[in-house]
Write a protein that binds this ligand. Structure first.
Ligand code: ADP
Length: 925
């Protein structure tokens, strides 16, 4: 890394001031960060940092040493409000180093005040509540790479909550890694600077793909953001030494104060540990304090939960809707949690549906009990509403940024926890009982906070006013002095008035003379000799006395001492609380789980969900829903009710469902609703149906719609095939696969051939498959293969109009109604009518005929191609017929083109329109 370029005025040694040398030293150590340099009441930025700062923060850019040429750009933010500016920079993706004064300027007489970088804030390590979403984690992730061992180690931590986990992947499991990272959505990723060409090539592919994946979920830096060294993006390369195994083990043991890492069950995760070492070191380097709230290191087991790939996450709109609206997501519909940690846990559950029937049923039992015990549940949810973000509160408390509001928040959150044990006693479900048995309401912590913190404390750490009476005898005494000062001054005033006879005598205070006596000019002569005159005003004189000076000294030192003492007591209290971090984190975890389970019950009741009956993974069973609904669409539909539908997919029966029907009939909705309901069931929720019997699935794959990914430089068809390939490689006989219009992105014959062979492959594999297609030709598969069945969406015809009934029935659709749908979509009547006419012509010339019969396996693709070629050869009229359709444009269209609406009166326009419609209709007859 090279230094951020500094203008000459800063690098020219002779003209440097000692302070600017301090700045340069700090900047040299942190060239990739924006440096906030403390000068009095401001944090200043200099040089290129200032240029970026002024632009991102929208503040004025000035310059230091204006008279000189090449003056140094500079801008500043007030110390009092600097957090908000810091947040803006971090949100824009920048890293900021805070270089603060580390000694009291008043003590540093005759020399320059010491300054040091005391904190570094980066997107993945910020703990600012304004910046991190309460219902999301903010992860910093590191990945270590060992190409010889073909392993990739991953570790990640959320410094705001204290979570810290690791896992490993084989190098050839890249798609799994990408899916995993997509789910985790880390804000910052640390990678080792590569040591070999092979490594750098590998890392380049990785970062390129990550850039594509992660930018989809969080917007990149603003377009006009300058790309300088202080612009990191999400991935950054650090010295490979940070990933050294020995150093990692040593540091982790030092941090957890253990002899080895066996207790965490991660001893043999060499690669994961290397990454964990890098995470810990980076956190220590940025936070510059002991990270006591990182209390444990867990092994993240990829196998225990279902992995949802990026395409499925996106297609099913779990957390992000394609419409961009939050309320159009499954998370939004299901989320009735009342605490931030509950919302985060629900997200986690939805991202990682379970695979073990016992674990899922434990959740279902709890949801069922909460559904039955309505009053208890609502009472409990009301209580939990007052619990704040416990993991983040305790996390902040162990960092230097902690303040009084964090302690107050903790106290307020611990109060309702005291009532929780009574609730758990009234609950029977096994999981809720287990939570109740484990739950510690942290009464001792609450008592400590209640005893030591004032009821309504001041939030100004340096000024005092937050520690309660009775905590420190010294503090109580000093406060007494301070409190009595008013009384003392009143006594002095009264005495002086009596002795001098000046009834208008006043005692006041200002910063220049401290306490003084004020006498109006009329009584000037009555002033006694021991008064010392300090100031003459137009109408009055101001005096001090030795007695007042002595008093002032006592008061001011008392107040200063109160401020210092309270800060010390705050630090001591904080340390006592922080020592109990693990207990707070455990309690928070149990509260979060209770919140999610009660919330899911609330959702189930509100949305009329039912408990699904489950069969274990791999057991003979089916996916059977009676009257299933789409949980999101039913919640956002106004007026028209959602039409429910049944489904029965079974390994030994219909395992591939071929669904045909016109566009807009409801095919995609139906298929997604099945996938969503299965996912909900395995995540622990009830489902949107009247009845559900489900065998667990190991994965859910979706390939829905011909989504365009041109922003990533890939054509629609390539993306479609990539996604299909990923499914074909990874699906098993226990997977649920949803394919919507596969093969649409290419020519008809290619498309049919591919859709045909993909459906056949999945049938062979035994995966439970839902496949919607507008290629009616695929219906032939049902006749050939056991286990493939045709279904269609009912459409009613009323003359030339159609009505969508939204019912799925057995049997294929006989028409595609494309033209009628075009009419519904607002295509002008003449065009629709013309299209109907064209269709008739095509049918008459047999262009609209279906493909001749296609034969399924053993080698379908070759045969399909061969048959398709044969069919084309046997249709000599096809091409001319097609051409003739577009040979000349009709007269009405020519007239339409020649019109100039700007030159027409409304009446002329109306008459012309009538004419045009008449012409178009006559011509289309
Ligand atoms: P297709 O995939 O057949 O083109 P979609 O599934 O996109 O059709 O459905 C089109 C629209 O119809 C959806 O946006 C939805 O609002 C509505 N819709 C679909 N299924 C139903 C249903 N079962 N009940 C009510 N409205 C539905």
């Amino acid at each position: 890394m090279h230094l951020l370029s500094l203008p000459d005025s800063m690098s020219a040694a002779p003209s440097e001031t000692p302070m600017m040398r301090q700045f340069q030293d700090a900047k040299r150590q942190h060239p990739d960060k924006i440096l906030f340099f403390r000068m009095g009441d401001f944090f200043e930025m200099f040089g290129e940092d200032a240029v970026i700062g002024a632009r991102v923060l929208q503040i004025a850019l000035t310059s230091r040493d204006k008279k000189k040429e090449g003056a140094l750009p500079m801008c500043g933010v007030p110390v009092r409000a600097y957090e908000q500016y810091l947040n803006k920079l971090t949100a824009a993706g920048y890293k900021v180093a805070i270089c603060d004064q580390t000694e009291d300027p008043a003590q540093a007489t005759g020399k320059i005040v010491n300054r040091e970088v005391v904190r570094i804030v980066t997107p993945g390590t910020t703990v600012s509540p304004q910046l991190i979403d309460p219902d999301r984690n903010n992860y910093l992730l590191a990945a270590s790479l060992d190409l010889k061992a073909q392993r990739l180690g991953v570790a990640y931590a959320d410094v705001s909550t204290g979570e810290f986990e690791l896992c490993e992947f084989a190098v050839d499991q890249l798609p799994r890694l990408y899916d995993f990272l997509m789910q985790l959505d880390p804000q910052e990723i640390l990678l080792p600077q590569s040591r070999s060409t092979a490594e750098s090539e590998f890392l380049e592919t990785l970062t390129h793909r990550l850039g594509q994946l992660l930018d989809q979920v969080a917007p990149p830096l603003a377009e006009d953001a300058p790309r300088t060294e202080a612009t990191p993006g999400r991935c950054q390369f650090i010295d490979p030494y940070h990933f050294d195994e020995e150093a990692a083990r040593r540091n982790l043991c030092r941090h957890f104060k253990t002899l080895n890492l066996a207790g965490f069950g991660v001893e043999d995760q060499v690669h994961g540990l290397r990454a964990a070492g890098a995470v810990l070191r980076y956190l220590e380097d940025t936070q510059m304090c002991n990270l006591t709230h990182l209390t444990t290191l867990r092994l993240h087991s990829v196998e225990q939960a279902m992995l949802l790939d990026e395409t499925t996450l996106r297609n099913l709109e779990l957390f992000e809707a394609q419409s961009g609206q939050k309320r159009h997501t499954l998370f939004h519909v299901l989320d009735q949690t009342v605490t931030p940690m509950g919302a985060r846990l629900l997200r986690h559950w939805l991202r990682r549906p379970l695979l073990k029937v016992e674990a899922i049923e434990e959740r279902h039992d709890a949801v069922e009990e909460f559904s039955r015990q309505f009053l208890l549940r609502e009472e409990l949810r009301n209580l939990l509403k007052t619990v704040q973000d416990l993991p983040r509160l305790i996390g902040r408390l162990s960092l230097p940024v902690a303040g009084i509001p964090d302690l107050v928040g903790l106290r307020e959150s611990l109060e309702p926890l005291q009532q929780l044990p009574v609730f758990y006693q009234r609950l029977e479900a096994a999981r809720l009982r287990a939570i109740g048995a484990e739950f510690d309401p942290l009464t001792d912590l609450l008592e400590r906070l209640q005893h030591q913190l004032l009821e309504a404390p001041s939030h100004r750490l340096s000024e005092g006013g937050y520690i309660a009476e009775g905590v420190s005898a010294e503090l109580d005494e000093l406060r007494e002095i301070s409190r009595n000062s008013k009384e003392f001054l009143n006594r002095v005033l009264q005495r002086e008035r009596d002795t001098t006879g000046i009834s208008s005598l006043k005692i006041s205070y200002n910063k220049v003379f401290g306490y003084y006596l004020e006498v109006s000019n009329a009584h000037k002569d009555a002033v006694p000799e021991h008064y010392i005159r300090k100031q003459t005003l137009v109408n009055a004189e101001r005096y001090i006395t030795p007695e007042l000076k002595e008093f002032e000294e006592k008061i001011l030192t008392a107040e200063e001492r109160i401020g210092k003492l309270e800060q010390e007591l705050f630090q001591a209290l904080k340390a006592q609380i922080v020592a109990e971090t693990t207990r707070v984190q455990q309690a928070a975890q149990l509260v979060a789980e209770t919140d999610v389970l009660a919330g899911l019950a609330h959702t189930a009741e509100q949305n009329r969900y039912v408990r699904p009956q489950l069969k274990p993974l791999g057991a003979p069973g089916s996916i059977r829903f009676r009257d299933s609904r789409h949980p999101v669409i039913e919640s956002i539909r106004m007026g028209e009710p959602f039409v429910p539908n049944d489904i029965h997919l079974e390994a030994s029966g219909c395992r591939v469902m071929l669904l045909t029907g016109p566009n807009m009939a409801g095919k995609s909705t139906f298929m997604r609703q099945i996938a969503l309901n299965v996912l909900m069931a395995q995540a622990g929720s009830f489902v949107a149906a009247e009845e559900a019997h489900l065998v667990l699935v190991d994965r859910i794959f979706t390939r829905v719609g011909a989504s365009d990914n041109l922003s990533q430089g890939q054509s629609t068809f390539l993306v479609e095939m990539n996604e299909a390939a990923a499914i074909l490689h990874q699906a098993t006989s226990q997977s649920l696969v949803v394919l919507d219009e596969i093969g649409r992105g290419t020519s008809t014959f290619d498309g049919i051939s591919l859709a045909w062979s993909i459906a056949e492959y999945l049938h062979e594999l035994g995966a439970l498959t839902l496949c919607a297609t507008h290629y009616h030709e695929l219906n032939a598969l049902a006749g050939e293969l056991d286990g493939v069945e045709n279904f269609s969406v009912v459409v009613e015809e009323h003359g030339e109009e159609i009505v969508f009934v939204r019912k799925i029935v057995a049997g294929e659709a006989n028409k595609s109604y494309g033209v009628q749908v075009a009419r519904l979509a607002g295509i002008p009547t003449p065009v629709v009518e013309r299209a109907l006419q064209v269709m008739q012509e095509l049918e008459a010339t047999s262009v609209g005929h279906r493909l001749p019969e296609l034969t399924p396996s053993p080698r379908p693709l070759a045969q399909v191609e061969e048959q398709a070629a044969h069919w084309t050869r046997s249709q000599p009229d096809a091409a001319p017929a097609q051409l003739s359709l577009f040979a000349e444009s009709p007269e009405w269209l020519e007239t339409l083109k020649s019109l100039d609406p700007d030159q027409m009166t409304p009446l002329q326009a109306l008459t012309t329109l009538h004419d045009l419609v008449r012409q178009a209709r006559t011509q289309s007859l």
